[in-house]
Design a protein around this ligand. Structure first.
Ligand SMILES: *[C@@H]1O[C@H](CO)[C@@H](O)[C@H](O)[C@H]1NC(C)=O
Ligand SMILES: *[C@@H]1O[C@H](CO)[C@@H](O)[C@H](O)[C@H]1NC(C)=O
Ligand SMILES: *[C@@H]1O[C@H](CO)[C@@H](O)[C@H](O)[C@H]1NC(C)=O
Ligand SMILES: *[C@@H]1O[C@H](CO)[C@@H](O)[C@H](O)[C@H]1NC(C)=O
Length: 668
């Protein structure tokens, strides 16, 4: 080890090597790490947190150790190929240190936030070689069990997320695995977080022992230059709640410009998709709406989903199926509906002359070889192209086309489908913002969509937590299982909230009934119950397909949802004001309780309503964890005092177990 003599002069940065610290070094060397070498310690001024950079005697690797306020290791980060077993040098810089071997192999660690309960560092590396691969690894637990949160949206959603497994997984939005919301943020019950920059060409590997973050110049990222950065922030807090809310406020972002329209929160959205698929026309929509009204269901938005165009991507209404769309929308509005129409960012090759015009105008995403060919679920292989929202001319063309539909046909708003990066041609070529390719168009698409107001839905996000729109979970299958079925609904709700997307639109009640799936009465009702205290309800498979009692049960839960809409909106406001999540896991009440940390089938609305839906096939009762505090049973006069388990709470098909927290000052 060499320490640059210049480091004596760095005092601006609150990082001191004093006699006491040296004594501590010696103590910690003896206590924890045999003859491991402390290369540098980074002290925070306003807390007891500190960070050590060490070299392990065992395998000569370098490790960053982040210590909490009790001198325990909150997390270790082993870095990578770039330092290997070479001896590093340390140089003091503003607010931190440069660790390096040669001038082309250096890492900067600087203090970013230094607060009483929250401290963070920036870790930065810039690489100027395409061949160089950087890989930093975080052990997921040591001796004690650690739970992890955040991470990606996945079809087979895990919770807590140490249960995921990944191999060389490109960390951007993609259709595969339903990866619509993919913030690069992980945090743990040791009150540690890591947040990786959007500019880093990131891949992850995860097994039972560790999660590794790799940065490299490979597809699907931009590969046509030699430069990339591997930058992230790490930090620690005294509480997991405070950690998360701090990350939202300081880094990840929170909603800024308002919230979704309150009608979409109070009353259900009705969508034609599962009922009619692509076979829609004026009369099917009219009959669907009339049936909703005749049955006495409340409603907000009605979505005309899928094939209203004369060909996919024309943006022109098919007059065979919708000869008098304006009259239809007038009627729907007179029935109290907001009228929405599905839209997508594609154009099919056989959709002429629109496709050729879009090619001529340069409106489509091209591959580096000039090809615009791609595919989606409504095209044959390589029979479609994708609008280039990174191109301002294409963006404004697309926007004007939607505005014309609003104007000409009285459509209020759109359901914006797709938006994941995987729909572009492989190796897309953009003119600008190369270091955030290809994800920049996901962001551009979502921002364009959000200009259409606060009554719409999108299903992707990329640093767009600031927007006022509902974000839908990707299409669920109509099954009970965790494999994209009902059991993955609550874990996905947590993942959205912890990624900072709190205006969650759960997918359609009962799922999409794709393939051989069947939405049974039981699945439908349990799915509705599970969604009741989530922000919005969306029906598509109609409740009246089942026996009369289903209609009554459905209305009961629509009403229960509406009865709590004010509280949902209150929590939305709190998300805007303070960066608090809306729906959280049970540990939000008891964060150091290991049981609470792992519960994946109960959730909270705010900190007041505890929901424990039955999500198991044929079950008529369930085990429920009551966290600390006094909780009034929503179905009886019983008050429970946590922490406790209710072993066998009876929940026949018409019953949703839920509990309302009794506030301290309400007790007298
Ligand atoms: C509308 O679609 C339905 C269902 O596909 C079909 O039965 C009906 O004939 C169609 N109506 C018109 C006017 O095309
Ligand atoms: C409109 O829809 C009808 C019925 O699905 C289809 O036959 C026709 O090709 C579509 N396009 C136009 C331009 O009418
Ligand atoms: C262009 O590149 C894409 C993928 O990068 C490939 O699938 C396609 O075949 C190529 N097309 C031509 C015309 O070379
Ligand atoms: C639930 O009951 C149905 C019908 O009796 C049966 O087919 C299914 O296997 C049961 N599921 C479970 C998880 O027991």
């Amino acid at each position: 080890m060499q320490i640059d003599p210049a480091s004596k002069g760095f005092l601006a940065v609150f990082i001191t090597v004093i006699v006491g610290t040296i004594a501590f070094f010696i103590a910690s060397i003896f206590l924890d790490f045999g003859s491991n070498l402390v290369v540098q310690e980074i002290k925070f001024e306003n807390s007891n947190f500190h960070v050590d950079i060490k070299r392990l005697e065992s395998d000569k690797r370098y490790v960053i150790q982040v210590f909490n306020d009790k001198e325990a290791i909150a997390q270790e980060i082993y870095f990578g190929n770039d330092f290997g077993d070479k001896t590093v040098q340390v140089e003091a810089i503003d607010n931190g240190y440069k660790i390096f071997t040669t001038s082309s192999n250096e890492m900067f660690l600087t203090i970013d936030k230094d607060e009483k309960n929250f401290a963070s560092l920036k870790v930065k590396r810039r690489v100027e070689s395409k061949e160089k691969v950087l890989k930093d690894c975080l052990p997921l637990s040591n001796d004690e069990k650690v739970n992890w949160y955040g991470g990606p949206e996945q079809k087979n959603q895990k919770y807590p997320i140490q249960h995921f497994r990944f191999t060389d997984y490109a960390y951007i939005t993609k259709e595969l695995d339903s990866a619509g919301i993919m913030e690069r943020y992980w945090f743990s019950s040791r009150k540690f977080f890591i947040l990786i920059d959007y500019e880093t060409p990131l891949f992850i590997d995860q097994n039972e022992h560790q999660i590794c973050f790799t940065a490299k110049k490979e597809l699907p990222y931009y590969t046509h230059n030699n430069v990339y950065e591997f930058n992230y922030k790490i930090g620690v807090s005294t509480s997991m709640k405070e950690l998360h809310v701090s990350v939202i406020n300081k880094y990840l972002g929170k909603p800024k410009g308002g919230m979704p329209d309150e009608r979409l929160i109070r009353y259900p959205i009705w969508n034609t998709w599962v009922e009619f698929g692509r076979e829609i026309n004026e009369s099917t929509v009219e009959v669907f709406a009339q049936t909703i009204v005749d049955h006495g269901y409340t409603h907000s938005l009605i979505d005309i989903d899928d094939f209203w165009e004369d060909c996919y991507g024309s943006g022109i209404v098919n007059t065979t199926n919708f000869g008098n769309l304006k009259a239809l929308t007038s009627k729907l509005k007179s029935q109290g509906f907001i009228v929405g129409m599905w839209t997508h960012p594609f154009i099919n090759k056989n959709c002429q002359p629109y496709y050729d015009e879009a090619v001529a105008n340069n409106f489509l995403v091209k591959s580096h070889n000039g090809s615009t060919e791609t595919s989606w679920w409504n095209s044959g292989t390589n029979e479609a192209a994708h609008f280039d929202f990174a191109n301002p001319a294409a963006l404004s063309f697309y926007r004007r086309r939607l505005e014309a539909i609003q104007r000409d046909f009285g459509i209020d708003v759109f359901k914006f489908d797709a938006g994941e990066t995987s729909w572009y041609p492989t190796d897309p070529k953009f003119e600008r913002d190369l270091d955030i390719s290809p994800s920049q168009i996901t962001r551009a698409f979502v921002e364009m969509a959000a200009d259409f107001g606060n009554k719409l839905e999108i299903r992707v996000g990329w640093g767009t937590q600031n927007l006022h729109v509902l974000v839908r979970m990707l299409d669920f299958d109509s099954r009970w299982t965790a494999d994209n079925g009902l059991k993955s609904l609550i874990p996905t709700l947590f993942q959205f909230n912890f990624n900072g997307y709190v205006f969650v639109l759960p997918d359609m009640i009962g799922g999409n009934q794709y393939g051989a799936d069947v939405i049974t009465k039981e699945l439908f009702i349990r799915w509705l119950q599970a969604s009741t205290f989530m922000p919005s309800l969306q029906f598509s498979h109609a409740p009246w397909h089942f026996h009369e009692d289903t209609i009554a049960i459905t209305k009961k839960f629509i009403k229960l949802h509406a009865d709590h809409a004010d509280y949902i909106l209150e929590r939305f406001q709190l998300a805007i004001d303070k960066g608090e999540p809306v729906n959280v896991p049970v540990w939000w009440i008891d964060e150091d309780d290991y049981d609470a940390q792992t519960i994946d089938d109960q959730y909270l609305l705010g900190d007041k309503i505890l929901v424990a839906p039955v999500i198991m096939d044929n079950a008529t009762s369930r085990r429920i964890y009551i966290p600390s505090g006094k909780w009034q049973d929503g179905n009886s006069v019983t008050v429970y005092e946590g922490k406790m388990w209710i072993e066998d709470y009876p929940a026949p098909l018409d019953t949703l177990p839920y509990f309302i927290r009794i506030e301290e000052d309400e007790k007298q």
